[in-house]
Design a protein around this ligand. Structure first.
Ligand code: 5GP
Ligand code: ZN
Length: 111
């Protein structure tokens, strides 16, 4: 089976504009930004959706939020404001089936 797009990005097989990396996480600029700041924060371990993330491994979501907080400050949107979202499955608008959080900011976002 073909490996998933984000797993290939983590491995460097597909180029990305990396903004953060540690042992468990990788973050990069969205290729099709919806706002001046649009970053994706992902666990290095592959889970297709949040439904597939075992309760025992939810710690990685806390780690993602720590990085989101740091990146929001670094990209100058912490005070102006930003949105954090994770799309799950078809009705949620998920297109890439590797768990990821969007950090979107730099303009007034409407619902
Ligand atoms: P989803 O709709 O699954 O929550 O969001 C997937 C996101 O991944 C989209 O915002 C899309 O622009 C982004 N994306 C898709 N392919 C690539 C890629 O090859 N590189 C980067 N940097 N972002 C991608
Ligand atoms: Zn993957």
């Amino acid at each position: 089976m073909q490996e998933c797009l984000f797993c290939r990005i983590i491995k460097g097989e597909i180029p990305s504009e990396k903004v953060y990396e540690d042992e468990n996480l990788y973050a990069f600029k969205d290729i099709n930004p919806k706002a001046p700041v649009h970053l994706l924060i992902i666990p290095k371990k592959h889970y297709a959706t949040l439904n597939d993330l075992p309760d025992a491994e939810m710690g990685v979501i806390a780690e993602i939020h720590c990085v989101i907080k740091k990146l929001a400050a670094e990209f100058g949107v912490a005070e102006s404001g930003y949105r954090v979202l994770a799309n799950v499955n078809k009705d949620g608008g998920q297109v890439v089936y590797h768990v990821h959080y969007h950090l979107i900011g730099g303009r007034q976002l409407r619902v």
